[in-house]
Design a protein around this ligand. Structure first.
Ligand SMILES: *[C@@H]1O[C@H](CO)[C@@H](O)[C@H](O)[C@H]1NC(C)=O
Ligand SMILES: *[C@@H]1O[C@H](CO)[C@@H](O)[C@H](O)[C@H]1NC(C)=O
Ligand SMILES: *[C@@H]1O[C@H](CO)[C@@H](O)[C@H](O)[C@H]1NC(C)=O
Ligand SMILES: *[C@@H]1O[C@H](CO)[C@@H](O)[C@H](O)[C@H]1NC(C)=O
Length: 796
């Protein structure tokens, strides 16, 4: 470069020399002008003043040529030896003159002897040593995407300290897809540049645009400087939120609890920052039922359950949701919430009708109750099965959907079960299943289907004879399993004949208590037992009854004294038994025959010798009343012997009778007669001995006849009694007033009668009794523990 600039320099120097010549004529004053480019190296030649001013080296030395500068800085020095001007310092035009153009240095060369002043102007020529430069490395713009095309943005200007063509000439902005640029000049000529938006920005497409602004100068070679232009596109709310779906479908079980999240709706907004914030809400169009049941979170879009769901009321909900951004732009979507059934309803049993109580004689299949069973759930959850406990005599019949009837299944019996608690269970088919119980208490009402019942079929009551009338003998009690009036029992005497008498004449029955009362006094000797029938009747309609037989046994009391049948006692006649003097020991003299109409112990007779003429001669059989000799009769014994025998029964207290027996001890009748005259000592008897003998014979004959009559009458009784038995079905025994039955068996004595006793012993003395087996046909078995048969022989 330096070599290149030299020819020019030379040319300029030449032009300067001419100028000096025209002005310096006659005066030692000259003006030389040089031009040098800036940035020449130190020591570079500026000009040759020897040639240009015509001063030789000698003159320069003698004249002590030197440079005079008004300001202190000396860029140019004088080389007096060579007569040249050289650069003392590198010169930067931009530093020296900035934008002043042209840029020159002025100084004087002073030569003395003679004094010469030469003005030197050195013009510093600009070279393109500076490139255009921007102050900032990067320019940032934040431009809203809503900025309209044509919007202008001024850019920084670049600076180039060079001047003229070397200074900044043009700008270039690249790329130019959204922006173009304008280079403009201010009135002072400086250039500036602005950026014009050509096509609208869209942040959603491109958030940042990077451009480069380059400034060029006009130098050769051309220099440039550039700056980055960053355009940040600011978001404008130019996008509506958009839901991810236009229709959301979701199903929810009806038992979903509060705060359960149904689903999350989400809308996106392509905008940024605050414009991107979407809030959610239910649209106005959402029904109030849905908005009361659901809630939407304003920020998250979570739809939650906020109330009670009930499939049975609402099966689905339609919710319109709305998303709104800050700028008020919205989008809507629809959420369909289907509610699914959950088995949350138990069946409900309602009783439509109920017949309570029902009579126990109700036929099977009698309808007791009508039921209606409902379950609000649907499908399987609403299918109901109805049942009752299988051990009840009832059954559930399904009449039609949801309707059931409770019917009886078996015969009922109030006396067995009077009340049923029927638990009706209705269970649905859901899983888990719900069930409902309903218990009804069914009462069974009474029907008079049970007769009063006596614990036994027959009773035996005992009563002592001679009772006081009105005495309570016995009491019967019947029970009835029915209730109320059907179990109210009254007792009645079933009237029928007792020994020709109406039973009611003997007995009465208390209707309420069942007590059996004697109406009159009984006499065992007249009637020993009889049967009555007591009827128990309930108060039902029709009434039912049953009867019981009560056998009334009259018990003997010792109210009869023994009666002596033989020997017959007369006050006027004399009867004597004859004992031959030859009679041996144990000779049977006679037998005292006595009877007692009482029975048993009361009729058990014993005989005792009370008084005797000679106690050593006779004895009386305790049991049989036989009078026998107890020693050999001898001649000394008196002919007349008189014995007094006491007959005593065994009753408590005992009753007795006495009998006098006359005995004649003699071998011949005349002896007896003679003695008896003596014996009687009665004039009457002595005189009428013959009469007494006749009388004695007549008595014996009479006795015999009495015996015959007795036998006949007993036989006759027996016949009559059997006859009566037949007539009265054997219910009424006939009690003979004279019980002994004389049966002649013969052989053992002069007069023998057989009494057959049955003595029945028991622990209960009241029941101890003695019966004439043969005398009475007993139609009832003997209930005593021990029976002993014995026979009493009677001999006359
Ligand atoms: C809803 O019902 C289902 C089935 O009965 C059961 O499994 C579930 O736990 C219930 N949910 C609630 C919240 O009760
Ligand atoms: C029926 O239920 C009632 C009340 O729970 C109870 O008092 C009665 O004893 C029950 N009856 C039967 C026959 O179980
Ligand atoms: C209904 O009764 C049955 C049998 O008595 C019993 O197992 C069941 O638990 C009861 N159900 C309810 C809901 O009480
Ligand atoms: C008495 O009861 C019996 C059965 O106990 C019966 O056979 C009879 O007919 C009844 N008599 C009367 C009169 O009711």
């Amino acid at each position: 470069m330096e070599s290149n600039s030299r020819p020019e320099l030379l040319f300029q120097s030449t032009w300067l020399v001419l100028f000096v010549c025209l002005c310096g004529a006659g005066l030692a004053r000259a003006q030389v002008r040089y031009s040098i480019p800036e940035e020449m190296a130190k020591g570079s030649l500026v000009g040759n003043i020897m040639e240009d001013l015509g001063l030789d080296v000698k003159r320069l030395k003698s004249g002590r040529a030197r440079i005079f500068t008004e300001d202190s800085s000396e860029y140019v020095g004088l080389n007096a030896d060579k007569g040249t001007l050289v650069l003392k310092e590198r010169i930067d035009r931009e530093e020296l003159c900035a934008q002043v153009s042209p840029c020159s240095l002025h100084f004087q060369i002073i030569v003395e002897n003679p004094m010469e002043l030469h003005r030197i102007d050195v013009e510093i020529l600009d070279i393109n040593d500076n490139a255009p430069a921007f102050e900032r490395k990067e320019i940032r713009f934040e431009i809203s995407e809503s900025a309209p095309p044509g919007a202008r943005f001024s850019l920084d200007s670049a600076k180039d300290p060079d001047v003229a063509i070397n200074t900044l000439q043009t700008y270039l902005l690249n790329p130019t897809d959204h922006f173009k640029w304008n280079t403009l000049s201010r009135p002072d000529g400086t250039k500036y540049v602005e950026m014009v938006l050509q096509i609208a920005l869209d942040r959603e497409k491109q958030e940042e645009h990077k451009l480069i602004l380059t400034a060029y100068d006009g130098g050769t070679p051309q220099k440039s400087g550039s700056v980055k232009v960053n355009v940040i596109v600011l978001d404008a709310n130019d996008n509506s939120p958009v839901f991810s779906k236009s229709l959301y479908r979701v199903t929810l079980p009806e038992n979903a609890s509060k705060a359960t999240i149904v689903l999350r709706v989400s809308a996106t907004d392509a905008d940024q920052g605050a414009n991107d914030e979407v809030t959610y809400s239910f649209s106005r169009s959402t029904g109030s039922s849905a908005s009361s049941v659901f809630n939407i979170d304003t920020f998250s879009g979570d739809i939650t359950v906020n109330g009670m769901l009930d499939y049975e009321k609402v099966k689905h909900y339609e919710i319109d949701v709305e998303a709104t951004d800050k700028g008020g732009l919205t989008d809507t979507s629809k959420v369909l919430v289907g509610i699914t059934d959950v088995n949350d309803n138990a069946p409900v049993i309602s009783i439509i009708s109920f017949s309570n109580p029902i009579p126990e004689d109700s036929a099977p299949e009698t309808v007791i109750a009508m039921l209606n069973i409902k379950d609000l759930d649907s499908g399987k959850n609403g299918q109901v099965k109805c049942s009752i406990s299988p051990d009840l005599p009832f059954r559930i019949k399904s009449s039609s959907t949801n309707f059931y009837s409770l019917v009886s299944d078996q015969a009922l019996d109030r006396e067995t079960v009077s009340e049923y608690n029927i638990t009706i269970t209705a269970a649905d088919d859901g899983s888990p299943s719900f069930s409902t119980n309903k218990t009804v208490t069914l009462k069974i009402s009474d029907v008079n289907d049970n007769a009063p019942l006596f614990p036994r079929q027959s009773y035996t009551a005992y009563v002592f004879e001679n009772n006081s009338p009105g005495m309570s003998i016995f009491s019967v009690k019947a029970s009835d399993k029915d209730s109320g009036n059907n179990a109210h029992i009254s007792y009645l005497l079933d009237d029928y004949q007792v020994n020709g008498l109406s039973a009611s004449a003997c007995i009465s029955v208390n209707a309420e208590s069942g007590a059996i009362l004697a109406v009159r006094s009984f006499d065992f000797e007249q009637i020993k037992e009889f049967k009555i029938r007591v009827k128990a009747q309930d108060g039902g309609s029709p009434p039912l009854s049953s009867n019981v037989t009560v056998k009334i046994m009259i018990q003997d009391q010792n109210d009869n004294a023994p009666q002596v049948l033989y020997p017959v006692q007369t006050s006027s006649s004399l009867v004597a038994e004859m004992v031959p003097r030859s009679a041996d020991v144990g000779y049977l003299v006679t037998k005292v025959v006595a009877v007692d109409v009482d029975s048993g112990q009361n009729a058990w007779l014993s005989y005792k010798l009370q008084k005797a003429t000679d106690r050593a001669l006779f004895e009386v059989g305790l049991q049989n009343g036989e009078i026998r000799t107890i020693r050999q009769v001898n001649d000394k014994d008196a002919v007349k012997q008189r014995l007094t025998v006491v007959v005593e029964d065994n009753g408590q207290p005992s009753r007795s009778a006495t009998v006098n027996v006359n005995v004649a001890v003699a071998d011949s009748f005349p002896e007896v007669l003679s003695e008896f005259t003596d014996f009687t000592r009665d004039k009457e008897y002595n005189d009428n001995l013959t009469f007494y003998l006749v009388l004695a014979l007549a008595v014996v004959s009479f006795l015999f006849i009495v015996s015959i009559i007795a036998i006949l009458s007993v036989k006759c009784y027996r016949w009559r009694r059997e006859h009566m038995f037949y007539k009265s079905n054997g219910n009424l025994p006939v009690i003979p007033s004279y019980p002994p039955l004389y049966a002649d068996v013969g052989g053992t004595g002069t007069l023998k009668h057989v009494f057959n006793y049955e003595v029945c012993g028991t622990t209960d003395p009241r029941k101890s009794d003695m019966k004439y087996i043969k005398g009475i046909k007993d139609d009832q078995g003997c209930s005593f523990d021990k029976c002993v048969d014995f026979t009493v022989f009677l001999s006359c």
